[in-house]
Design a protein around this ligand. Sequence first.
Ligand code: 5GP
Ligand code: MG
Ligand code: MG
Length: 197
Amino acid sequence: MIKLHDLYFTPYISEERIAKAVDRIAAQLNRDYKDDNPLFIGVLNGCFMFVSEILKRFDYNCEVSFVKLASYSGTQSTENVRELIGLNEEIKGRKVVVLEDIVDTGNTIEELLKILESKGSESIAIATLFYKPEVYKKDIKLDYIGFEIPNRFIVGYGLDYDGLGRNLTEVYQLKSNHMINLVLFGPPGAGKGTQAE
Ligand code: 5GP
Ligand code: MG
Ligand code: MG
């Protein structure tokens, strides 16, 4: 168990399992983007480990860029998504692959897609290491998914809790604690989903 700020987290997904999921996604990308010189766009901050591990496994020509479009503070996704910064590459006619650490409500990905589509990309695919289907509210197809996980708050492998935990090489989940979950997420069935075990 580890402590970040005021909260405790327990081991959830090992380095080995993460590596296998990344291997699988990278193999799919190698198959699908062999001759396309794709533009990989990582969504900062959480994506950095995922992006570097995908790139190490991508065997063909590609470009990489990073953008920022944060929508999160603390442990609950907020509704208002902020502006896109950092995209300097020409998108027109490019095959874009967005690399996300986690898709939760889908607000971030929806905003990002709107902007990329308006810039005339030829195609856009989304690869995310983690995905919370119970919370996802959009119709947008997620093309490559590492793990489908329940609606629990996770940290590690790029993901943070108020700035801490990004450097952890495995993924941890918020320790099941009735009082903590009640405070953070409300009673079971309320709001976005049920947290408590
Ligand atoms: P969405 O816009 O899909 O609701 O949220 C996407 C962003 O919320 C992610 O890029 C990430 O920053 C944050 N997020 C969503 N779920 C989690 C989680 O379980 N743990 C952490 N650390 N961040 C999360
Ligand atoms: Mg993200
Ligand atoms: Mg965060």
